[in-house]
Design a protein around this ligand. Structure first.
Ligand SMILES: [Zn+2]
Length: 78
């Protein structure tokens, strides 16, 4: 596998849809090619962020609660 091929199949890997044969040569390339390994890590992080944002839409109430707990708006006593 070469760097170009890695970029082609990158999304198969991040989606866990890579066939085992391909996965083996993919991982083999990662071990010998730090730039590609880095690229994979970046892509995975980005995808995680996107997925988190999608989930967050579902839970605005708990998020608001968390913000209120960490920043109490009632400052009663001096
Ligand atoms: Zn490479």
């Amino acid at each position: 596998m070469n760097c170009r091929k890695v970029r082609e199949v990158l999304f198969l890997y991040t989606d866990n849809e890579m066939e085992e044969e391909l996965l083996i040569s993919f991982k083999e390339h990662m071990e010998h090619c730090p730039p590609c390994a880095q690229q994979i890590t970046r892509t995975q992080r980005l995808l995680l962020l996107v997925r988190k944002r999608c989930h967050r839409v579902q839970a605005p109430a708990s998020l608001r609660e968390r913000i209120l707990t960490s920043f109490p708006h009632r400052r009663g006593s001096r």
